[in-house]
Design a protein around this ligand. Structure first.
Ligand SMILES: [Zn+2]
Length: 83
């Protein structure tokens, strides 16, 4: 995984929660334009968060977003290693 992607992935859950600083938000959006991998991650994260929130009507707990992030990174790393 590219260093940039790793960094962006770390910001995704804040981005989804609208808690990301404007500057980081912009960086993330610029990166997403050029990076289909990160777009897919954002898409699946957003879906997961939405399903969770509809169900519980509360914010995603930190533990869960960390779990999601770890799962994404794992998936990504295995994709990279297949190349
Ligand atoms: Zn990326």
């Amino acid at each position: 995984m590219a260093q940039d992607c790793k960094r962006m992935l770390g910001e995704l859950s804040d981005y989804i929660d609208n808690e990301l600083a404007d500057e980081l938000c912009e960086q993330l959006e610029v990166h997403l334009k050029d990076c289909p991998n990160c777009r897919i991650m954002l898409d699946s994260l957003t879906k997961t968060v939405r399903i969770y929130c509809e169900d519980k009507e509360e914010r995603l707990p930190e533990a869960l977003s960390q779990k999601l992030r770890a799962a994404c990174e794992k998936k990504w790393d295995s994709k990279d290693s297949k190349k």
